[in-house]
Design a protein around this ligand. Structure first.
Ligand code: FES
Length: 224
């Protein structure tokens, strides 16, 4: 079936997670925590076809306010396609990009307030949910850090590529930015390596981005 993600037609199947569909079709939905239901960077607005997705689970209820639910808000990493039908979603990142490109200042301010309100109000629930998952052993802090590193690398590189495609005349400065992103990521990876005890590797490179641990090597940017 075809799923519209940010107005891009994407091939998806019943049983697949929405975030995975986006990644397989190179359509941008954020995934900083690597699909662990922690970061909310995969937040999307479901414009059509909410009945084709699994109902919101505990993680989504902990992190998303009633207001955002009413607007169609979901976490793409927690939304599974459960039946065939028309599904159209718009990622928060793309929504913001459109506001910024359209220079819609008032809309941006209103949106920032909504998100600020949501984050502030759901912080206790979200933190409680995370604490319970760590306590139950369903989320490992070390593994989560590793996934956050993976998601940051994937998201940063995709963001810089998208930016370059949107503003081709900025190619030279953006190539510097990409190098900068890699530099920042390398530093972050060293922290992650220290915590997880594993050796991480940047996508598109043969060499490890951290000199701390030797084996096993985990390739950053791998599928969730
Ligand atoms: S909550 Fe982090 S990727 Fe979905």
């Amino acid at each position: 079936m075809i799923i519209s993600i940010n107005d891009k037609p994407c091939e998806g199947h019943v049983g697949e997670v929405l975030l995975k569909v986006a990644q397989l079709n190179k359509s941008h939905i954020g995934c900083i925590c690597g699909g662990n239901g922690i970061c909310q960077s995969c937040f999307v607005y479901v414009k059509e076809g909410s009945e084709c997705l699994s109902p919101p689970g505990l993680e989504e209820k902990a992190f998303i306010s009633d207001k955002l639910f009413k607007e169609g808000g979901r976490l793409a990493c927690r939304s599974v396609i459960v039946k065939e039908g028309t599904i159209k979603v718009l990622s928060r990142a793309e929504y913001l990009r459109r506001i910024v490109l359209g220079l819609k200042v008032q809309e941006f301010i209103t949106y920032a307030k909504t998100i600020g309100y949501n984050v502030t109000n759901k912080l206790p629930d979200g933190a409680g949910n995370l604490f319970n998952r760590v306590k139950a052993g369903t989320v490992s802090p070390g593994d989560s850090l590793k996934k956050i590193g993976s998601g940051l690398a994937y998201g940063s590189l995709l963001a810089s590529t998208t930016f370059m495609e949107t503003f081709p005349f900025m190619q030279y400065p953006v190539s510097i930015l990409t190098e900068g992103v890699k530099g920042v990521f390398k530093s972050a990876a060293e922290v992650v390596c220290n915590v997880t005890g594993e050796c991480l590797q940047l996508p598109g490179t043969d060499t490890s981005c951290c000199g701390i641990n030797k084996t096993p090597v985990t390739r950053i940017g791998q599928d969730i």
